[in-house]
Design a protein. Structure first.
Length: 542
């Protein structure tokens, strides 16, 4: 017997329609790309999104056409985020921090037909333009007063263009299995790979992350995504926030701690970003003595959350930290470390340990850790293996790839090394490429880094394996000290030695001004290994 319920397609336009109809007045506050803080709401965002859809159709956009968007987190970006799929198009989010060569590659590979960009990013696009093979038009996301002189042929001024369109033409009908957005992986080795999200996968993922044990957003929340919309599907905030009918604060381009603090104080209740952002904010709060008056929760992911960050937020500022794991390929959220009754029954110290793990999968995500022989790793919180994931929000095949990215059972190898504990909570111990192999055993670079940053003078640390004639590899730690502070090699090693076996303690500590990062703010181990090799670095013992 077939169900006799309605066939209501899970398409992204239903999200913005819902937000506009039932939460239309909810405030969207933006530090605009032009500078001033401006206000909008879900009804206005939808109205503009409808005009974007109508305008793109008039320009000749056909269903499935890609529109590259390079923009900071602003209300205008939300209009485009919903407007492009509303015309049947596919939003291709572009990270301005990628190298020019990578941007040229991904724009050509995705075959973007139009490019939309914030006005301050016009010079960057002008640099790329001569190398772009499929782009036929440019739209500068600004008003007439800020429209720059540009060599981009026929560049349109967004606000003028949008004002000429009708909001009444309706959305282009799409199938829920159609593509909705594309994000490329950052491609630390080889070319970046395109992950093609669908309408259905985005709607399901947003619904899933609204569960109380995940983001748990409500209409009473004010959400500030510091994570850019162009990183890993914007951690779903562009969909989950309007779905919940929550308000939004969009911090724009200025990622400095004072600027973020100013925006957080606009009533923000929950915010999301990678750990480095929070290290800087906490340092700023310490220096200025400022308090966080409305913030209740901080979601930290993208890299391991250092213990000091969780402790400071919770003990000094009364803000709950939720550690999460995910990746571009998984829409992106995969696990959340919200506590279960078993964890809440533990001692304070044990609870902290449990919440510093990367957490449990939520419904729509299935996770498994497999050892090298292909067996399921025991759920003992120690045995490390390869982390696999499957679900409706997980990549099946990269854009234009010849082979599937997942095995016949749907399992996608994340490339992360993890262990799972008795509660089904995973802990990421490394990227498989970065794990340090010493004497046949694995040393977690993430553990070494976290123990090092627990030293009060250390602001950032990176551990890499350096070839060793006897042990295969030995760990070496790069350390950046906080401004005006210093530490000795012995102090840092003693700090680590308190927590790990003797053979896991790094052989050397190198104090550096800066640790290289990827375009998405992660420590670039590839660059570090290359740098050490180029410098002819020798381990002290070899
Ligand atoms: P991206 O696709 O750029 O978001 O990168 C995804 C990768 O970031 C994952 O495969 C992990 O290696 C890493 N990652 C994400 N979240 C965490 C976390 N909470 N702890 C450790 N590594 C993480």
């Amino acid at each position: 017997m077939r169900a006799q319920m309605q066939d209501w397609p899970l398409v992204s336009t239903t999200i913005i329609d819902h937000a506009a109809r039932f939460h239309g007045d909810r405030r969207i506050l933006t530090r605009s790309a032009e500078g001033p803080v401006v206000t909008s709401n879900w009804a206005q965002i939808r109205d503009k999104a409808r005009r974007v859809a109508a305008g793109l159709r008039k320009l000749g956009l056909q269903p499935g056409d890609r529109v590259g968007v390079m923009a900071w987190n602003t209300g205008r970006h939300l209009e485009v985020w919903h407007g492009v799929p509303g015309a049947g198009g596919v939003t291709h989010s572009l990270n301005p921090r990628l190298f020019d060569d990578q941007l040229i590659y991904i724009i050509n590979h995705a075959e973007d037909r139009w490019l939309m960009m914030d006005h301050d990013l016009v010079p960057l696009i002008e640099r790329l333009a001569p190398h772009l093979t499929t782009v036929q038009g440019y739209i500068v996301m600004t008003d007439r007063a800020h429209m720059p002189e540009t060599s981009l042929p026929g560049a349109l001024c967004y606000e003028d263009w949008v004002a000429e369109q009708s909001a009444d033409e309706g959305w282009t009908p799409v199938d829920e299995g159609d593509a909705c957005g594309i994000c490329y992986t950052s491609g630390t080795t080889g070319n970046p790979k395109g992950v093609v999200y669908g309408h259905r996968s985005n709607v399901l993922h947003a619904m899933a992350v609204l569960q109380p044990d995940v983001l748990g957003l409500s209409a009473n929340d004010v959400v500030m995504p510091v994570v850019p919309l162009f990183h890993a599907n914007g951690w779903s905030t562009g969909y989950s926030t309007p779905m919940a009918g929550a308000s939004m604060v969009m911090p724009g381009r200025d990622m400095t701690a004072p600027a973020l603090y100013e925006m957080l104080e606009q009533g923000v209740t929950i915010t999301l970003a990678v750990p480095t952002v929070w290290l800087a904010l906490l340092q700023h709060l310490e220096e200025t003595g400022q308090r966080l008056s409305t913030l209740k929760r901080v979601v930290i992911g993208g890299s391991a959350c250092p213990r000091a960050v969780m402790e400071k937020f919770e003990k000094v500022y009364g803000v709950e930290v939720i550690h999460a794991w995910g990746m571009t390929e998984t829409s992106p959220l995969g696990s959340f470390a919200t506590p279960t009754p078993e964890i809440l029954g533990l001692s304070d110290e044990e609870q902290m340990e449990a919440r510093l793990r990367t957490g449990r999968p939520f419904y729509t995500v299935d996770l498994n850790v497999k050892t090298d022989d292909g067996a399921d790793a025991p759920r003992d919180g120690e045995t490390a293996g390869s982390l696999f994931i499957r679900g409706p929000g997980v990549v099946q095949r990269y854009l234009k790839a010849d082979v599937e990215a997942a095995d016949p059972d749907g399992w996608f190898d994340t490339g992360d090394v993890a262990n799972m504990d008795a509660y089904g909570s995973i802990k990421i111990t490394d990227r498989s490429k970065d794990v340090i192999k010493s004497g046949g055993e694995w040393i977690s670079s993430i553990d070494l880094e976290n123990f090092a940053v627990a030293h009060p003078s250390v602001s950032e640390a990176a551990a890499v394996g350096v070839p060793h004639p006897k042990w295969d590899e030995r760990p070496v730690l790069l350390v950046v000290c906080s401004p005006g502070k210093s530490a000795t090699k012995e102090e840092v090693l003693a700090q680590i030695a308190e927590h790990v076996a003797k053979w896991q303690v790094p052989d050397d500590v190198l104090f550096v001004e800066e640790i290289p990062h990827t375009a998405t703010g992660k420590i670039s181990k590839v660059s570090i290994r290359k740098m050490l090799e180029e410098q002819g670095y020798q381990l002290p013992s070899s």
